[in-house]
Design a protein around this ligand. Structure first.
Ligand code: ATP
Ligand code: MG
Length: 447
């Protein structure tokens, strides 16, 4: 404690000194209580008012407005945040190459046309309708949570003069988002994610860049069916025997929409809560895929049984991912986020699926991937041999009508002949006819 006595001027007897020290102490304590009560009273009644006045004063002196667009998709803005951030980044790539002294290249689909963007701490200006705005890429520390840890979040700060607020917030931002999305859709490198879990919960792991060449043109399937799918991509159940193109169709869908693929392995998800967390972290413009959903649900049932056998508690059993848990999550996710998300289940055994999954309205479309018909064969012949018409096509059509061969098997016989020279087309078709005849004979023999 600070000794106050030397500053007291008058020094009395030791007894008097003791008394005056106590008196002084009490006076100081009392004045501190009064002061703190006053502070509290003052700030309760006038603090808000003072702050508002101060803000008004500062903003009247500062003729600029700033808007931040954060890359963080886990805060209150959700995945939409990242969508806006990515669109801005792409939009600015065309502006920054001429202006910013430091640039960075983002991973893109076409290596000949990389998307450049400003480096951290750099800025660029832009003109729109006679209005100048300034963009700046900043970084802020985010405390994160136990699931993702702390990290640095980037944000784009848009600064403009207050008098241009209407144009910037309205037309300019719309223009930035539209342009940015159009460019990124055509040139963005797609990515493949899969789910993992740790003691902290479930999360998405980046696996690799998604570089599947499939598209709807090369997908072997009837034209009408393809068009129907393209027109209305939302929630799908793809079913059919192995090798009929379910995974190929998923790749074609992702490529068509430029969506990243989130491959959900249900057996690796530990609880319905973990599943919910994962699905909530599936950003917009993404495709959630659950392959072989019949196997996933079987394993779930099996796990429940095993747990019962092990004598584990009821709580543990309930905590496992259940089909109804999955369906609840899916319904919630998709009703909250119209568009920008696609979900596809696949199965080889539609008949084995729970009726809850098949119920109308749950999966918008059930698409059957079938054995190779003649139209599908023609696509494959064009893909692999570059042949669109041939005298042997008639015979092949007749044989395809009689046997059940998968597009994968047809493709395999066509690939096997490829590389044997320009004129291997006819030879390939003959080989295919041979394979079809053998298959037909086997199938008839079995019947
Ligand atoms: N409809 C198709 N159009 C074009 N190629 C196809 C088609 N179906 C199969 N293929 C070819 O066969 C290969 C295997 O097909 P894919 O993996 O898509 O079958 P799947 O239905 O997913 O099988 P599984 O049920 O075993 O997962 C593909 O890589 C592709 O080359
Ligand atoms: Mg597959």
């Amino acid at each position: 404690m600070v000794n106050l006595l030397p500053f007291m001027g008058h020094q009395g007897s030791p007894g008097q000194q003791g008394m005056s020290q106590i008196g002084l102490g009490m006076a100081i304590a009392a004045s501190m209580v009064v002061l703190s009560m006053f502070q509290q009273f003052f700030f309760n009644h006038f603090g808000g008012y003072l702050e508002r006045c101060l803000r008004k004063l500062v903003s009247s002196m500062d003729p600029y407005v700033q808007i931040r667009f954060s890359e963080d998709s886990t805060d209150s803005g959700g995945p939409k945040n990242y969508e806006a951030y990515a669109a801005i980044e792409t939009y600015l790539s065309s502006k920054c190459s001429a202006q910013a002294p430091r640039l960075k290249a983002n991973s893109v689909r076409d290596i000949n046309a990389p998307v450049l963007c400003v480096d951290d701490g750099e800025g660029v200006s832009d003109e729109f309708d006679g209005v100048t705005v300034w963009w700046h890429l900043g970084k802020e520390k985010d405390q994160g949570d136990v699931y993702r840890g702390s990290r640095n979040n980037r944000y784009y700060a848009l600064t403009f003069q207050k008098r241009n607020r209407k144009v910037v917030v309205g037309e300019y931002l719309r223009h930035v988002m539209e342009e940015g999305k159009a460019v990124s859709a055509s040139n963005r490198q797609l990515k493949l994610y899969s789910n993992s879990s740790s003691e902290h919960g479930a999360y998405w792991d980046y696996i690799m860049d998604f570089d599947h060449p499939a598209n709807f043109e090369t997908l072997a399937m009837e034209k009408e069916k393809k068009e129907d799918i393209i027109d209305d991509l939302i929630r799908y159940l793809l079913y059919g025997p192995p090798g009929t193109g379910k995974s190929t169709m998923i790749a074609a869908m992702a490529n068509l929409l430029s969506y990243d693929v989130y491959d959900l392995e249900l057996t690796a998800v530990r609880s319905n809560a973990a599943l919910k967390r994962l699905l909530n972290r599936t950003p917009c413009n993404s495709m959630l895929v659950i392959e072989d959903v019949d196997c996933s649900s079987k394993i779930t049932n099996q796990r429940e049984k095993n747990d019962k056998d092990d004598g584990k508690t009821v709580k543990n059993i309930l905590e496992k991912v259940t089909l109804s848990g999955l369906l609840n999550c899916v319904d919630g996710l998709f009703s909250a986020n119209e568009g920008g998300r696609l979900m596809v289940f696949t199965t080889n055994h539609k008949e084995a699926l729970d009726s809850a999954l098949l119920r109308r309205g749950r999966m918008d479309k059930h698409v059957e991937m079938t054995y190779c018909g003649f139209e599908a064969f023609r696509t494959l012949a064009k893909n692999y041999l570059g042949i669109e018409h041939h005298a042997l096509f008639g015979k092949i059509e007749a044989l395809l009508n009689e046997s059940s061969i998968t597009p994968a098997d047809v493709a395999e016989s066509l690939i096997a002949r490829r590389g044997k020279g320009e004129d291997c087309g006819e030879e390939c078709l003959k080989k295919l006819i041979e394979a079809l005849e053998k298959k037909g004979a086997r199938e008839n023999g079995r019947m």
